[in-house]
Ligand binder design. Structure first.
Ligand code: 5AD
Ligand code: SF4
Length: 363
């Protein structure tokens, strides 16, 4: 495996074996992979990091994913939903700080009230900001009609992680019932893409039972789906969940962290011009985690704008940073000294060339 990833990196097209070799390359060789990925990012989407102000709208969730602290059966968290005013205030903060776009995330809820409220919020935010603030939604599995209504209201990106592209692994980390079917998730992802959204997906890295082969297949899944955005993060145990009892071992977490860096770099090299998030879960394991992800090819960060008093309620995994990181003197929360050559893409939606090319069919 160590006989030079350099020649492998020079190939124009990478197959599954190449992906596996890169995932498993030696620690000595990994910096070469990372540097190549950063160079691909700079060449295809520029040396900018785009910002999405994150609003964690509600932690009320109808699902029961075995890994997640917000799952329905976790009675140890207090459930909240932001008020309309709180959402609009956070949106104006994003606008005034020139973050360029907003991401609204929430536990899964398909009630009529929820759907109507989101629709109204999206159109109000578009109106208030003269359509100058891009809106990403990450509100789980919904009907085609709902996706369309939110799109027509003005949202133009949607993020729905497939979580695990292997159907067998998906089953192992979700309850075996109709609310948690792999096929339904896949259908939703397709519906999102069909509706016209810039479509994002991603996986958790280091899930129990996950193999290197699964991760290689995840990369191929994302490539074949022709996604526009990718969000991946290391799995981090939450003790109030069924998968939280495995015991947290720092070394193991560090391995998941390093594996996530490799996944980011590989996805960048293979998909070149998509947006890739440096996730908060990376920062949870390593305070400089997001900066490291950017050094490996990521180009988006999501500074958290959720009002501070709700933060404890959105502990998807343990140790998620709860402080308010955004202010006028540091809108990204990043330590830019750690990522030389990177500039912040302020005041722009931060779209990539990929989406436009996907629509026109040009490669
Ligand atoms: N560790 C890391 N990421 C998690 N997510 C949920 N639970 C965990 C966990 N324990 C991720 C999922 C989900 C996103 C909102 O958070 O990928 O899509
Ligand atoms: Fe709900 Fe998402 Fe957590 Fe699953 S991962 S329990 S859908 S918030």
């Amino acid at each position: 495996m160590s006989s030079g990833i350099a020649s492998l990196l020079d190939r124009k097209v990478h197959d599954r074996d190449d992906i596996l070799a890169l995932l498993q390359c030696s620690e000595d060789e990994a910096p070469l992979l990372y540097r190549r990925a950063a160079a691909v990012r700079d060449r295809y989407v520029g040396n900018h990091v785009y910002l999405r102000g994150l609003i964690e709208y509600s932690n009320i969730c109808g699902k029961n994913c075995l890994y997640c602290g917000v799952r329905r059966d976790n009675v140890r968290i207090e459930r909240y939903t932001l008020t309309r005013e709180e959402v609009l205030e956070a949106a104006m903060t994003a606008y005034n700080l020139k973050l360029g776009s907003l991401a609204i995330q929430s536990g899964e809820n398909s009630s009529k009230a929820f759907i109507d409220t989101i629709e109204e919020l999206v159109s109000t935010i578009c109106r208030m900001t003269d359509n100058r603030l891009g809106i990403t939604l990450s509100l789980g599995e919904q009907s085609r009609e709902t996706y369309k209504r939110w799109y027509d209201a003005g949202a133009h990106r949607y993020l729905l992680r497939i979580e695990a592209s292997s159907q067998a692994l998906y089953r192992r980390v979700h309850p075996d019932d109709d609310m948690h079917r792999y096929q339904r998730r896949l259908d939703c992802l397709k519906a999102i893409q069909d509706t016209g959204y810039q479509t994002g997906t991603g996986v958790m890295v280091g899930l129990p039972y996950q193999t290197m082969s699964d991760l290689a297949d995840d990369v191929i899944f994302m490539r074949d789906f022709d996604i526009d955005m990718c969000g991946m993060g290391p799995f981090i145990e939450h003790s109030d969940t069924p998968l939280g009892e495995r015991g947290t071992d720092n070394l193991f977490l560090k391995e998941r962290f390093n594996l996530t860096l490799r996944m980011i770099a590989i996805v960048r090299i293979i998909m070149k011009d998509i947006n890739i998030v440096a996730s908060t879960a990376m920062q949870t394991i390593d305070p400089a985690g997001r900066e490291k992800a950017i050094s490996c090819g990521a180009n988006v960060v999501m500074p958290n704008l959720t009002p501070a008093r709700y933060r404890a309620g959105y502990q998807i995994y343990e140790g998620k940073p709860g402080y308010r990181e955004v202010n006028e003197s540091n809108v990204s929360g990043l330590n830019l000294d750690l990522i030389p050559g990177i500039t912040l893409g302020l005041g722009t939606w931060g779209d990539t060339p990929h989406y436009g090319r996907r629509l026109t069919g040009k490669r």
